[in-house]
Design a protein around this ligand. Structure first.
Ligand SMILES: Cc1ncc(COP(=O)(O)O)c(C=O)c1O
Length: 387
């Protein structure tokens, strides 16, 4: 059996163990310490250079980062939050943690992300129905592809609603030369094991300034007040990143640009090899404004395409099974949240785009362990199974 190709497997720089050893040597085996602070500084430098008001708080996950952004915005019981429907459940779950309701908004077909026009109409209708504004907007950068964020920000500004950018999959992606995650009131990053860089598990919240970052850090450390005893005046959470995991993050930051270059190189290889395969379209930057990190390579089968072994399951599933037989991991596109049983009672504004993409799309491997040889094997297997 040929060696397994995984969707996106983590890749170490070699420096990670140095930071971890240091933490052990100094007995900083706790959820704070020099690696946490160092990692936050590395991230700030990466996103903003040396001169900016923004601050970044390292947290235990991207999900925790979304949760704390909502807490910091005062979202609570009875509120609504506009959330991109075409996403992983972690974009929407934290809305329920604060007792609010996600209102799902479908995607536009170019970037596959939140449709700004539909968002505008949906907000108008929510206000008309309930007499109050949604409390936040959560667009997502699916598979690393920037959303039409300037149009989303214009809608947000028109209604006076803060934006929390779910940039979990888009570390290093840029829109109009600016990093995703740095446009809204808050931006969230994920450093889960399969992401562009990893801390094994972890995340970060990009905050507008020091005051907000201090508030978020306080929430993340059980909302402990400065007193000689344990004093708490509001609910708190245990969401700080461990100093050991942050050590992995510091090591990863030394190769972040290399990882980004590699993912974009892999996309270029796919572009070349898919050029002459009818029936398959590669999800790509719609124009020069968009600079995806191409976290995963996403394809769609044209409506006329046929895949061997399709017993009614559809092209993506037939191809996934065929690839699995060749020891290649692939994955369906995210099943839209408005189709998920758990969110069946949530309002949804749909236009058919995410449902159509879900029925026709598949994610292909693109991680640091995927090179020329692997892309050739992947595309060759697809070629042999498309009829
Ligand atoms: C779009 C999206 N949002 C949020 C998350 C949550 O990040 P984490 O796994 O770090 O909690 C993920 C990934 O896992 C994701 O893909």
């Amino acid at each position: 059996m040929a060696e397994r190709i995984l969707l996106c497997l983590c890749h170490m720089s070699g420096r990670e163990m140095d930071f971890i050893k240091e933490a052990f040597a100094d007995n900083w085996v706790v959820p704070l310490g020099p690696n946490v602070t160092g990692f936050e500084k590395d991230l700030e430098k990466f996103f903003f250079g040396s001169d900016n008001e923004h601050r970044i708080v390292a947290l235990s996950s991207g999900t925790a980062a979304i949760h704390l952004a909502l807490v910091a915005l005062g979202v609570g019981q009875g509120d609504e939050v506009m959330v991109q429907s075409f996403t992983f459940s972690a974009s929407a779950n934290p809305v329920t943690y604060v007792g609010a309701t996600p209102v799902f908004v479908d995607s536009e077909p170019e970037t596959w992300n939140m449709d700004p026009e539909l968002l505008d109409r949906a907000i108008a209708e929510r206000i008309e129905k309930r007499g109050k504004k949604p409390k936040a907007i959560i667009p997502v950068y699916l598979y690393g592809m920037p959303a039409k964020i300037d149009e989303i920000l214009a809608v947000a500004e028109k209604w006076g609603i803060p934006v929390v950018e779910d940039s979990a999959e888009a570390f290093g992606s840029k829109y109009n030369g600016k990093y995703c995650g740095t446009f809204g009131r808050f931006g969230i990053e994920s450093f889960n094991g399969n992401k562009m860089i990893t801390t094994s598990g972890g995340g970060a919240l990009i905050c507008p300034d020091e005051t907000v970052a201090k508030l978020v850090t306080n929430y993340a450390t059980q909302s402990r007040e400065p007193a000689p005893w344990y004093q708490h005046e509001r609910v708190g959470f245990n969401y700080r990143l461990s100093n050991i995991c942050a050590g992995i993050g510091r090591g990863q930051m030394t190769v972040a640009d290399e990882h980004l270059r590699h993912h974009r190189h892999v996309q270029q290889l796919y572009r070349e090899l898919f050029a002459d395969i009818p029936g398959i379209e590669l999800h790509d930057n719609p124009s020069e404004k968009f600079d995806s990190n191409f976290w995963l390579c996403a394809i769609t089968f044209s409506p006329e395409a046929k895949v061997k072994g399709d017993d009614g399951c559809g092209c993506p599933e037939a191809m996934r099974r065929a690839m699995e037989k060749e020891n290649i991991e692939t994955r369906h596109l995210w099943k839209p949240m408005h189709l998920q049983p758990f969110f069946s009672k949530s309002p949804a504004y749909v236009n058919g785009v995410s449902e159509d993409l879900f029925s026709r799309g598949l994610c292909l491997p693109a991680g640091p362990w995927v090179g020329e040889k692997e892309v050739e094997r992947i595309v060759d297997t697809i070629k042999r199974n498309i009829c």
